[in-house]
Design a protein around this ligand. Structure first.
Ligand code: UDP
Ligand code: MG
Length: 323
């Protein structure tokens, strides 16, 4: 039997010179560890020279492969494209900005060889993140964990999946996927390694506030309908409140000294208006998801692949024979 093949899948969006740095760093770590690997780089519609750099890397090193999406589909879709293209026995998903330390990969591979199907890297520190970022992601992870029972506290997208876990993941048809959540939801024997999240190698975060907000909403709505039940509960609480307030108002009116109503009316209008609109918004989010799923559009489109297929012919043959 040949050594197992490790696929390193990394999305790239406007990383520029970061591409070469990343590929070099992976080789620096994985070669001494004696691991057979391939690097799958997904250009998520970069507007800079990332794609030509990826092609350059693929030409220089047969272990590097590139996919170019037809536009910016977002990190989640880029990841999916990479995962579907990966041919390894285990797949490592990692950010290409070197915030996820590649030096942790050999340890993750060891856990996998010891029998784990999903190896998660959990954050030991958070030096590379701003305070606002840290707070909001903590808040979201806590809320998500509480509402869905899928534990996301300290979780990252830096994970290793075995072939079996990856196949399970591929069976999820949903359009707006949420890798961090789905790769936990599938279950399987899990292990963790602790990593230090580093500062970004170049440039600023590629996530806009809007994209992060969408990710949070998509993540929640794809995992739980708890917000819908919360709306129902709020409605019920309101019903109780109305009965009490209504009774009090009628009693006062009958006994001849009703309150001067202007302030009360304004306040009630504001409160009910807000509740109704938030309720509609929550329903709308779920409706939008249904709409998206029903359209059934492809989750990403590939414009081109690097010409020379990275895995030499005989590797592919060996792979098929093994299955
Ligand atoms: N990324 C991507 N598409 C996007 C945004 C980001 O492929 O639309 C990639 C980016 O190139 C990087 C990874 O996703 O490899 C994480 O992005 P970033 O470092 O900007 O996010 P953060 O570290 O702030 O979570
Ligand atoms: Mg980053």
């Amino acid at each position: 039997m040949t050594d197992p093949l490790i696929s390193v899948v990394a999305p790239i969006y406007d990383e520029g010179p970061g591409v070469e740095q990343f590929v070099a760093r992976i080789a620096e770590v994985l070669e001494p560890a004696g691991l057979r690997y391939e690097v799958v780089l997904i250009d998520d519609g970069s507007t800079d020279d990332s794609w030509s750099r990826i092609v350059g890397q693929a030409q220089a090193d047969p272990r590097v492969r590139g996919l170019r999406l037809s536009r910016n589909f977002g990190k989640e879709s880029a990841l999916l494209a990479g995962l579907e293209a990966a041919s390894g026995d285990a797949v490592v998903v990692i950010d290409s900005d070197l915030q996820h330390p590649p030096s942790a990969i050999p340890a993750m591979v060891r856990r996998w060889q010891d029998g784990a199907h999903v190896v998660e890297a959990v954050k030991r520190n958070r030096t590379g993140q701003s305070i606002g970022n840290r707070l909001s992601s903590r808040l979201f992870n806590k809320a998500f964990t509480g509402l869905t029972r899928v534990d996301l506290v300290d979780a990252t997208d830096f994970r290793l999946l075995s072939r079996a876990a990856l196949d399970a993941l591929h069976r999820m048809p949903e359009h707006s996927s949420f890798f961090r959540g789905t790769s936990s939801w599938i279950g399987f024997t899990r292990a963790t390694v602790e990593v230090d999240i580093d500062h970004r190698a170049g440039g600023a975060s590629r996530w806009t506030l809007r994209a992060l907000f969408r990710l949070a909403v998509n993540g929640l709505t794809s995992f739980t309908s708890a917000p819908l039940h919360l709306v129902t509960l709020a409605g019920l609480a309101f019903a109780v409140f109305s009965v009490l307030l209504g009774a009090q108002t009628v009693v006062r009116w009958v006994s001849g000294h009703s309150v001067a109503g202007f302030t009360t009316v304004i306040l009630l209008l504001l409160v009910t208006g807000t509740f109704v609109l938030i309720g509609l918004g929550v329903i709308g989010e779920y409706l939008a998801r249904i709409h998206e799923e029903v359209r059934g559009r492809p989750r990403y489109l590939i414009e081109e692949r690097t010409v020379r297929d990275a895995i030499p012919e005989q590797w592919v043959v060996e792979q098929r024979a093994e299955r």
